[in-house]
Ligand binder design. Structure first.
Ligand SMILES: *Cc1c(COP(=O)(O)O)cnc(C)c1O
Length: 366
């Protein structure tokens, strides 16, 4: 028998999430974000569910070329663009589009050898800094950049560019945005956008909470995988979990009141208790900082983490649960236990947990 941990991937749930997002954003192009190996889900496992997407967005050039080799024919956009001349060459060869976020990148595009554009005419996304202050042209720099890019793309008959920005606060309840509202960012972009250009603003949070502000091309990531960007729950948004992280109970311990469990003897048994030892630890990607009480689904019932997560194992209080034995099935997160809930207990967000599933965890179709 092999170690029982595995990540089950449900590509049909992913297809459902795409349909849900598209229903709320009709008449827009849906560019599903598959960076970080599809938010930890592994590109090859989710690809069959992505057919409904109009385009894919990714950061890693090697993964983008892999997508082409896997047969993805629709557009692929490099979210941080190209970093040198060799990358531009590879991008054109693989028919990739890209984002530019500063003058140096724009100059590199303008100075591409014209014969290289005979291979492929890319669509360029120009990123605007509308107040998040991470990447992009400032509103002061943008008008010149827009004129220069427009001139270049007309000269080379490249497709209509896209003016793009990223929301800082589309995931928050109204009024908690520290003054940078999605409406304000949307206004800044629309004030600069040439009429003929397209717009791209919405991440998952905007696609679900502010569809009117999401632009012509929206870019959902986390919601595609069935987790919530906030503020509501994934099931409230009609999303279905794509990844379920499963394992099994590998030992049981019966402890007396006053005994302690695990490293640092953090957990104190308040009564005679049954502890299930399960095959998953921080080396599998489970957060070591998860506190006692973090939910774990065992044999279809809710157990609570009891003691510090170790490298290969976790200990769960299953006192009073029925029929828990060695070999009982465990779900760390997934269809019956939302990853958002586990992340909330661990003081992080679903994104971090999903992306952290370790290379040693085998993936399977669910
Ligand atoms: C990651 C990313 C997204 C997706 O964000 P989610 O919150 O996962 O929907 C959208 N746009 C850009 C530029 C990104 O980098």
């Amino acid at each position: 028998m092999s170690r029982p941990i595995r990540a089950l991937i449900d590509a049909s749930a992913l297809a459902h999430n795409l349909r849900t997002l598209k229903l709320q954003n009709p008449d827009k192009l849906c560019m599903a974000v598959v960076k970080a190996d599809a938010y930890g889900h592994r590109l090859n496992w989710v690809l069959p569910g992505l057919e409904g997407a109009d385009a894919l967005a990714i950061l890693e050039l090697n993964k983008a070329t892999e997508l082409r080799r896997s047969g993805w024919k629709k557009p692929i956009v490099l979210l941080e663009g190209c970093f040198n001349a060799e990358e531009f060459r590879i991008a054109l060869e693989h028919r990739l589009d890209w984002v530019i976020h500063n003058r140096a990148q724009l100059d590199q595009v303008i100075n591409l050898p014209p014969q290289s554009l005979a291979i492929y005419k890319p669509r360029v996304f120009l990123k605007l800094n509308t107040g998040m202050n991470r990447l992009g042209f400032t509103p002061a720099q943008a008008p010149t950049a827009i004129v220069d890019l427009e001139q270049w793309r007309l000269a080379h008959a490249c497709p209509v560019p896209v003016l793009m920005t990223h929301f800082a606060n589309a995931d928050l309840p109204d009024g908690q945005d520290n003054g940078l509202s999605p409406q304000l960012q949307h206004q800044s972009l629309m004030a600069l956008k040439p009429e003929s250009w397209m717009s791209s603003l919405g991440n998952s949070a905007a696609a679900l909470n502010w569809p009117a502000l999401a632009g012509d091309v929206f870019r959902p990531g986390i919601a595609v995988y069935g987790a919530s960007p906030g503020p509501r729950s994934a099931s409230d948004y009609g999303l279905q979990a794509v990844m379920s992280l499963h394992t099994e109970v590998i030992a049981l311990q019966h402890v007396q009141a006053g005994e302690r469990v695990g490293y640092g003897s953090r957990w104190l048994a308040p009564q005679a208790s049954t502890i299930a030892v399960i095959a998953c630890g921080y080396a599998d990607g489970y957060p070591r900082h998860a506190p006692d009480g973090t939910p774990v689904m065992i044999q279809g019932q809710l157990g609570r983490l009891a003691g510090r997560v170790s490298m290969d194992m976790m200990t769960v209080d299953v006192t009073g649960l029925s029929q828990v034995t060695v070999g009982s099935p465990v779900e760390l997160w997934g269809k019956s236990l939302p990853v958002d809930e586990v992340a909330g207990h661990a003081g992080t967000i679903s994104y971090e947990l999903l992306c952290a599933v370790a290379p040693r965890v085998p993936f399977r179709k669910s």
